[in-house]
Design a protein around this ligand. Structure first.
Ligand code: BTN
Length: 295
């Protein structure tokens, strides 16, 4: 059964992020995250799976899921917050998380089977989120290996998976998703790479509650499917949105690997056509090597 926890109060500045000077005229993202509105759009499968927790301010929604997991209540908890004070991204980066502007969502899931079967999980989750975004905003996002969501040449979201280890024959994971929905230029000023938000990319006002429901519905279906069939069906969807494919790229590391991006393997590794042949890279950061581009 789904438990809705009304731990919400209005976040500071929540209805004051309109009129941004970024791109198109931005209207106020007036709707708070509302557990009742989110629940109203959940599918029967989602309702059976998620225990929805909506908070005003947290350090990181991933932290809250970890707390639930420590109490043995991690599987099926879905935590959203209006604001994160210590939102984190991949590779120790900060995930800028101003109040009332975006979607910060973390879910707990216990996967049966070996951890090796989950090497494509973060890519798969990216594909699920892209499907949810398409459904709600009509924006056809691309996916930049390994876990960035892109609109055009700008980052609009990301996925941060934290594996918590094995318990009772299950792999416990925290699946964190951040989506820029309607963020002012001031709020985004500290982001050190090209970024955009879904309101700009889709030229629409976005109802964050509708987006939250769509993400949870995709996750409910997709994670259950991964448990049964593994990640390959989702990797196939990821491949249709591959931002890097055919581009000249370099992966940082020692030594760096440079070549032409050639898709991903069935374990989610990046394939690169290099001067010495096809190489697989399973970790690192890809930068596009094009005139004027550092993405
Ligand atoms: C990245 O692109 O580096 C991943 C960003 C992930 C951000 C989300 S927001 C919800 C969850 N809580 C966090 O602290 N991080 C993830």
């Amino acid at each position: 059964m789904m438990t809705v926890k009304l731990t919400q109060k209005k976040a500071a500045g929540q209805s004051d992020n309109g009129g941004s000077s970024r791109g198109m005229m931005r209207r106020v993202n007036a709707l708070s995250l509302n557990p009742t509105a989110i629940s109203a759009r959940l599918t029967a499968q989602s309702i059976a799976i998620w225990q929805l927790v909506v908070k005003s301010v947290v350090t990181s929604t991933n932290d809250i899921v970890r707390d639930y997991d420590a109490k043995g209540e991690g599987h099926g908890v879905a935590v959203m917050a209006e604001e994160q004070t210590r939102g984190r991204g991949r590779r120790g980066r900060i995930w800028h998380s101003p109040a009332g502007a975006n979607l910060y969502c973390s879910s707990g899931w216990h996967f049966s089977g070996p951890v090796e079967a989950l090497s494509g999980l973060s890519l798969s989750v990216g594909a699920m989120v892209a499907e949810a975004v398409m459904e709600v905003c009509g924006a056809d996002l691309q996916l930049k290996w390994p876990n960035d969501l892109y609109a055009g040449d700008q980052k609009v979201g990301g996925v941060l998976i934290e594996m918590l280890g094995a318990r009772d024959n299950a792999q416990s994971a925290v699946i964190g998703i951040g989506l820029n929905v309607s963020m002012s230029a001031d709020d985004g000023a500290l982001i050190d790479r090209p970024w955009t938000d879904l309101a700009t990319a889709s030229r629409r006002d976005i109802d964050r509650n509708e987006l939250a429901s769509a993400v949870l519905n995709q996750l409910a279906e997709g994670l259950a499917q991964i448990d049964q069939q593994g990640c390959v069906p989702w990797l196939n969807l990821w491949r249709r949105r591959d931002y890097l494919k055919g581009r000249s790229i370099v992966i940082d590391g020692s030594p760096p690997v440079a070549g032409i991006a050639a898709g991903v393997s069935d374990s989610g590794a990046l394939l690169i056509e290099t001067e010495s042949g096809l190489q697989e890279v399973s970790g690192g950061e890809a930068s596009v090597l094009e005139m004027g581009a550092l993405r």
